[in-house]
Ligand binder design. Structure first.
Ligand SMILES: Nc1ncnc2c1ncn2[C@@H]1O[C@H](COP(=O)(O)OP(=O)(O)OP(=O)(O)O)[C@@H](O)[C@H]1O
Ligand code: SF4
Ligand SMILES: [Mg+2]
Length: 316
């Protein structure tokens, strides 16, 4: 496994927020993570990258990535992992790039961090190769650009070039296309898929759009208010969701509700319960239409069938 996480919990100012996440990612695999805003998707990614802010703390029984024990990693291990075996790209590439530095400076920095000892001329040649790899035309001229001179799609391509400079084994793409229009979104997802196929890297793709996950991922895990509530093969989960929350997400997709064309889109009533709020029983209870007395108990992940790795956090 490239990533193995067992019982990951995250506390914000001492209050439980992310609760007992167990999941894995195999080499070359795309794991899709889906859930509404505020479910804790980014917080989990930040924990995996060792980037949680002050006041936010993670603990786990096991957290291993690229053969490194993250629970015991020191500052040197983290430096080697970030921008080395693990890389992350974010929702808004414009805010992730330094506005004061040219593309060349920033891209060369990533290349040199990954390959210490490389000459600056070779780093420039590598930067050009990377720009070409991510589909940026006139790479030589683009190296001289500042971030404000780039379109959103171009900036995300440059972020991807910086992320793949170190040939990572695991890339975490946290809502990489949310800020882009649909055409550019499709191009960026296609680019990530090509790079994954060429390099064999594994990808964690986070999105609140289950359609994007269906298109790109092998497996999916659905998050709700700090917990995984369903996981399994992406095709199976979307074709026949077990958990009422997943069912709601799927039905909210245009064309998926089974209603006639031009009907109002189905929605999930209410909003995500704040991640640090304590709830008795199932955390989805206040929004669920299938509740009975069993929902008053906390729910654990249950296998859909003995020979299946599909799991759902619901007694039904
Ligand atoms: N630095 C922080 N300090 C305190 N609370 C935080 C911090 N970052 C996030 N939170 C809380 O944790 C919740 C989950 O945040 P997170 O960013 O992981 O959600 P998300 O699922 O990635 O949402 P989105 O889809 O909007 O990116 C937030 O709603 C917020 O209440
Ligand atoms: S346990 Fe109950 S409240 Fe929770 S998702 Fe299942 S039916 Fe709904
Ligand atoms: Mg997020």
């Amino acid at each position: 496994m490239i990533l193995s996480v067992k019982n990951l919990s995250i506390e914000i100012d001492g209050k439980p927020a992310v609760r007992g996440l167990t999941f894995y990612v195999a080499a070359g695999e795309v794991l899709g993570v889906v859930g509404e805003s505020g479910c804790g998707k980014s917080m989990v990614n930040m924990a995996l990258m060792g980037l949680l802010p002050d006041g936010v703390n993670a603990s786990a029984e096991q957290m291993e990535a690229c053969s490194v024990d993250l629970l015991r990693a020191g500052p040197r291990d983290w430096r080697a992992l970030r921008g080395g075996k693990m890389a992350m790209i974010f929702q808004n590439p414009m805010s992730a790039l330094n506005p004061c530095l040219t593309v060349e400076r920033q891209l060369k920095e990533s290349v040199l961090q990954a390959r210490t000892g490389m000459s600056r001329a070779s780093a420039r040649a590598e930067a050009l190769r990377l720009l070409d790899r991510v589909g940026i035309a006139h790479a030589g001229a683009r190296l001289k650009s500042y971030p404000h001179e780039l379109s959103g799609g171009m900036a995300q391509r440059i972020m991807i070039a910086m992320a793949v400079a170190s040939a990572p084994q695991l890339m975490i793409a946290d809502e990489p296309t949310t800020a882009l229009d649909v055409t550019v979104q499709a191009q960026i997802l296609q680019l990530l898929e090509e790079i994954r196929r060429d390099t064999g890297m594994a990808l964690i793709l986070v999105s609140h759009d289950i359609g994007v996950i269906e298109q790109c991922a092998h497996r999916v895990q659905v998050m709700y208010s700090g917990q995984i509530v369903e996981s399994g093969d992406v095709g199976e989960v979307i074709a026949s969701p077990c958990h009422p929350y997943t069912r709601g997400l799927v039905a909210a997709q245009p064309g998926r509700s089974g209603l006639p064309p031009k009907s109002r889109l189905t929605t999930i009533d209410g909003s995500v319960i704040p991640i640090t709020e304590e709830v008795e029983g199932c955390r989805f209870r206040l929004r669920c239409s299938r509740t009975d007395h069993r929902c008053e108990q906390p729910q654990r992940m249950r296998r859909a069938a003995a020979n299946s790795y599909r799991e759902s956090r619901c007694h039904w």
